[in-house]
Design a protein around this ligand. Sequence first.
Ligand SMILES: Nc1ncnc2c1ncn2[C@@H]1O[C@H](COP(=O)(O)OP(=O)(O)OP(=O)(O)O)[C@@H](O)[C@H]1O
Ligand SMILES: [Mg+2]
Length: 476
Amino acid sequence: MALLPFFGSIVAVVLSQLWNPLGLHLGYPVKVGGNMKKLTIFTKRLQARRDDIKAQIDIAERRHKTRKHKAKEWLQSVKAIEGEVKVIKHAYDERCRCCGEFSLDIIGKHRISRRAAKKLKQVMELFDRGGAFEEIAVELPLPSIEEMPIASAVIGMQSNLEKILRHLEDDKVGVVGVWGMGGVGKTTLLKSINNHLLADFESFCYDHVVCIAASKGCKLENLQLDIAEKIGLYLKQDSSITTSHTSTIFNLLKNKKFLLLLDDLWEPIDLAGVGIPQPNGTRNQKIVLTTRFEKVCGNMGVHTKIKLECVEPDNAWELFKNSVSEDTVNSDARIQSLARKVCRRCSGLPLALIFVGRSMSTKRTLQEWENAIASLENMRLSGNSCMKDAHPVLSTIRFSYDILEDEQTKRCFLTCALWPEGYSIWKVELVDFWMGLGLQPIRATIEDAYNEGFSRIERLKKACLLEDGDVSDKEV
Ligand SMILES: Nc1ncnc2c1ncn2[C@@H]1O[C@H](COP(=O)(O)OP(=O)(O)OP(=O)(O)O)[C@@H](O)[C@H]1O
Ligand SMILES: [Mg+2]
């Protein structure tokens, strides 16, 4: 009799051993919907963890680190399991479509549910393994493209913009050269391309759009530093040998899709020396360069070149009117007709239209406008300083300078040439300097003298002779 409970517990154990797998199998068809739902949810979680880890790896790679084998293998496993989950989901959707969610096809339901449950286990394991990687501080990745500020509303640039966009989609074109005289709008065109791409970035699928200026006398090392900064690439500081930078840049860019907007080339540069892979167009590696000189386009081996011309008369008038302000132009019918004459004298050169327009924005008398015409005419007639032949920037600065009202302000402006080119001057330092030279009279109080000096700076800014410095309210 005493053996009975003993046998009873053995039977219970045997039954439970039999029931567990049996119960599991019987449960599969019932739980098919639930298992599929769980599988979808956990796969999404896994994908989110995968995206975070990828972003961390991307940052680490830009800082000269290489992805660990562990991470590499994990990413491959995620990719593989994603495909497998897709197959199961497809099979489930198909089955639901054919037989409905509540069909009595127990065997079919059993098979899918079992596959889903197995896969769910693997997905969860993979998710946990991803979480066990060492934490890498999450930094914001650098944007692949950044909006560039454009000074004024761009007028009459659309057809050139469209031309270049077409070349960017043409496999036969790797390097586009844009050339034209100073002030015609080359930099503005590059910025417009950049901003256009920014608005529709997805459809162009570049990894990087990099806009840098070469400018006169620029050094290869500086170009390398500029490019590295834009693509967030770490260049070892101790490496004074540029060839090491060259290969670092090259190795990052060679497998990337990039657009390099290279502005203001004065002479040909050795792209390979900088580390830029020679774009042949087919791999979405493109360069658009600008220069004042057609021969630079030739020497850089561009596949196509575009000459940027001055704007059409209607657009020129629009640009001029915007710079002068409608109020001034419309203040008197005679001023309007003189303004049209002044505008024509600018020969459609955007830089001249803007400079001259802004200089005239405060002029409301006929005499002032007639003076302006005479002064522009003089420039045109006075040998090599004419508007067309001289450097247009110089001519327009000359015009703005000539029409300044008082000699004192003219002299004050000339002192700015004592600072290096492109230097931001402290406004206070500049006024101090004028006071020291006796160009800025000391008034009743020193504060009055400073105020007068500051308003002189504002007048020079209005005439486009000075512009804001690095710290816009304190420097020029
Ligand atoms: N189509 C345009 N519409 C409006 N403004 C323009 C246009 N083209 C140029 N500008 C303006 O004219 C000025 C000179 O243009 P930009 O700097 O682009 O000339 P550039 O050809 O690059 O000259 P440089 O050879 O000296 O570098 C800028 O203030 C710019 O904003
Ligand atoms: Mg330029």
